[in-house]
Design a protein around this ligand. Structure first.
Ligand code: URA
Length: 282
């Protein structure tokens, strides 16, 4: 005899399916999920696509219309600069980097040019772009604080206790996006000449972009930090006299602002640095 299912029967049957791992209803006909368009708001999709397209376009333009011409020009200008003033002028005169047009100011350096320690970050942010100085926004304030714990300051007149600060890129990438490889490539001769003119005894590399670009490494910052590297200029024309400078890489302060739990790792790096500098921690 067939009897109609009660609500309790249906619930028991569903529970039986769930207990056996059946969690999705399927239809009689298969669905081709490769053809399903994700439900992303149109405006978000357009902006994501245009970000990718403009980055790609920029890389393509530089590949097809002479990336090497821009690079050669950067090397020529950087090499011929014999002082910080001449280098700043060379960077301003160089037209091979498109973000120069969207930036408000060229961001060159801050701190004591006689310092034995050079700090190198990625690229200027909004505040730096407005005021023409590196690391003066929220991440710069955190950087100053971190350095103060090992008795270093950009304001100190003492070459052993001061720092000199610059970035891989001298112009702000729009919207603070990560610099493209083409932008890094044409900026490298300038920062390498900058290092050569300052002649620091120690380099601190803040974040993955600075560390990978100057050490010529594909490793992530988590693998590059916590140890000493020998920085050697990668721009052949600038590598006169076999320069080799001890460099330590650490997390970028803007990453620490987003992920404060990692501050302890930067502290480890600062202790390694402090040991080499040979003065006591505050
Ligand atoms: N982040 C950097 O890498 N450099 C700056 O100057 C500011 C923020």
């Amino acid at each position: 005899m067939i009897h109609s299912a009660t609500q309790q029967d249906i619930i028991s049957a569903l529970q039986w399916y769930i207990d056996h791992g059946v969690s999705d209803c399927v239809l009689n006909d298969p669905i081709n999920r490769f053809n399903i368009v994700p439900e992303v708001p149109k405006s978000a999709m357009i902006s994501a696509i245009s970000d990718i397209a403009s980055k790609q376009l920029q890389e393509n333009i530089q590949t097809f219309l002479g990336k090497s011409d821009a690079y050669d020009e950067a090397v020529k200008l950087a090499k011929s600069a014999n002082s910080l003033e001449e280098l700043a002028k060379a960077i301003i005169d160089f037209d091979g980097i498109a973000i120069k047009k969207t930036a408000s100011n060229m961001v060159f350096a801050d701190g004591n040019p006689k310092s034995e320690i050079m700090v190198i970050g990625e690229a200027p942010g909004a505040e730096e772009d407005r005021r023409g100085k590196p690391f003066i926004g929220a991440s710069g304030r955190l950087l100053d604080k971190i350095l103060s714990y090992i008795d270093l300051s950009r304001k100190s007149g003492n070459p052993e206790k001061s720092v000199y600060i610059s970035n891989i890129l001298n112009w702000r990438p729009p919207g603070n996006r990560t610099p493209s490889s083409a932008e890094i490539e044409v900026s490298l001769p300038f920062i390498e000449r900058h290092i050569q003119l300052i002649e620091p005894k120690i380099i601190i590399l803040c974040g993955g972009v600075a560390a990978k670009s100057l050490l010529g490494s594909e490793y992530s910052i988590s693998r590059l930090r916590k140890k000493w590297h020998d920085y050697k200029p990668r721009t052949q024309a600038i590598n006169s006299g076999n320069i080799s400078i001890p460099a330590i890489a650490t997390y970028h302060p803007s990453y620490l602002l987003r992920t404060p739990i990692q501050k302890k790792l930067v502290w480890e790096d600062m202790l390694i640095l402090q040991k080499r500098l040979g003065f006591s921690v505050k």
